[in-house]
Design a protein around this ligand. Structure first.
Ligand code: HEC
Length: 442
């Protein structure tokens, strides 16, 4: 029985076709997810930058102003993040229904908690934005508000990561007891760190663009800070965060269970990483170069990093597909055989009562097998005991030997538990039908 618990659960799927071609849903999933995650990056990165600038602003008024400018963008980016999250959430539900729902229910309370958490964080960011003047004489309280929002914004993605990570590993489902144990799976934190640094990089790029816009009257808002200084700081942030990813990225790759690692994945990830190199080079040149050259190559930097992100997003999907495809196959086989069995059962029950005993022996044999043996035996692969194929080779010319074993099994194989005896559970005619079924099934 212990063995049964640790074997991989194979749930039945809902037997409905996809509402659109699979490649189309996958494309929607990858693209809509990337759009969503960029706004999530901006919302989290923006909040963290605001917090940092506001703390620095206690001593230097200019930074308080900068914090205010960044804070104004958080609520917009946050709304877009939420709205843009709907499409990927719906497509992942459609493509990976069984996996996603299982992970959802295993992390139960924490997963549901996302809704109140998002709501509270939403309100906090508005409160923070609209009380800038109210709290101008009480900065610590005001900073506390955005600090709380930051903490919540840091928790929400962690819950998401725990979930989408857990759905990849059906073999772990049996051992997971709530959110905490799912959180502690080895690859959650590296992936999370990877995401946090990406948020800082994306926000740095955003800030660079935001303060550089032509119709943005920087000089009338700030007294000492110059566009150049802010841009240089923004670039330094992007550069530091991007370079860090070259350390965090490999850690993510190494902590991911190897079952999903394939050359297709490695190729996509490495190409993505290489494409970011020109961006890193140009940012470095701009930071150490002359102030008037700071804007040079900004477009190339953005294009390179965007391509990198697209490649990483695709890599993410490839890993998921690599990991889950074998299990998806098992589920669809199980679903098919379930549909077939239900079909047989329906036909049986539609027949008039007297005909019930006319069930073919093979149907009865199947039924007896399903009820007594299927927990441990399958047709082609080992479950707890050997597959039917193996029984057929042993007993093809010896049905009475097979029946004798079923009544009182011996102990044969190393590393297998003892099979229970069925002497008192099955009648002689049932034994005949069962052995007939086992020896004749194709
Ligand atoms: C609780 C799990 C379990 C159940 C239920 C179970 N078996 Fe087994 N069965 C095993 C294991 C384990 C072995 C391997 C035992 C060994 O080799 O020592 C096995 C071995 C066998 C073999 C191979 C015998 C041989 O000579 O090598 C046959 C045939 C078999 N089972 C038939 C059945 C049938 C038919 C049923 C249902 C009536 C059934 N088993 C129910 C666990 C189970």
């Amino acid at each position: 029985m212990l063995l049964l618990q640790t074997s991989i659960p194979v749930p039945k799927d809902i037997p409905l076709p996809f509402p659109a071609p699979e490649w189309f849903l996958v494309t929607i999933l990858i693209i809509s997810f990337l759009v969503h995650i960029v706004f999530v990056n901006l919302m989290l990165g923006g909040s963290l930058l605001t917090l940092w600038c506001q703390i620095k602003g206690i001593k230097n008024k200019e930074y308080d102003t900068l914090a205010h400018e960044i804070a104004k963008t958080i609520t917009v980016n946050k709304s877009l993040a939420v709205v843009m999250g709907i499409a990927p959430l719906l497509t992942i539900n459609t493509l990976y229904t069984v996996f996603f729902y299982t992970a959802n229910s295993l992390t139960g309370l924490m997963w549901i908690a996302i809704i109140p958490l998002v709501t509270v964080a939403f309100l906090l960011t508005y409160l923070h934005k609209y009380t800038w003047n109210t709290f101008s004489n009480n900065k610590p309280i005001h900073i506390l508000i955005i600090a709380f929002a930051c903490i919540i914004f840091m928790i929400i993605p962690l819950v998401f990561f725990t979930n989408v990570n857990l759905m990849l590993f059906p073999e772990k489902w049996g051992t997971i007891k709530g959110f905490m144990s799912a959180l502690l799976l080895p690859n959650v934190f590296p992936r999370y760190l990877h995401f946090i640094f990406a948020s800082l990089a994306v926000t740095g790029l955003f800030l660079f663009w935001y303060v550089g816009r032509k119709n943005y009257d920087f000089e009338s808002i700030f007294n000492q800070l110059t566009r150049y200084e802010v841009k240089k700081k923004a670039y330094s942030l992007v550069l530091a965060a991007s370079v860090s990813q070259f350390i965090i990225g490999p850690i993510v790759l190494l902590t991911l269970p190897s079952k999903g690692l394939g050359w297709n994945l490695i190729l996509v990830i490495f190409t993505g990483a290489i494409i970011s190199l020109p961006a890193i080079f140009y940012m470095y040149k701009a930071i150490v170069g002359k102030p008037e050259n700071i804007n040079k190559n900004f477009k190339i930097v953005v294009i390179c990093l965007t391509i990198t992100v697209v490649f990483m997003g695709s890599g993410r999907h490839i890993y998921r597909a690599n990991t889950l495809n074998p299990h998806i196959k098992m589920i669809s086989e199980k679903t098919q055989s379930f549909i077939k069995e239900s079909e047989i059962a329906r036909q049986e029950s539609a027949k008039p009562q007297t005909a019930v005993s006319d069930k073919t022996d093979s149907n009865k044999g199947l039924e007896i097998f399903e009820q007594n043996c299927a927990a441990c035996h399958a047709k082609d692969e080992k479950v707890v005991g050997p597959p039917i194929r193996e029984m057929q080779t042993i007993y093809s010319n010896n049905p009475s030997g097979l029946k004798a074993w079923i009544k009182a099994p011996g102990k044969k194989r190393e590393g297998y538990p003892q099979m229970p005896a069925f002497a008192n559970k099955l009648s002689d005619s049932e034994l005949n039908q069962l052995s007939n079924y086992i020896l004749t099934i194709k």
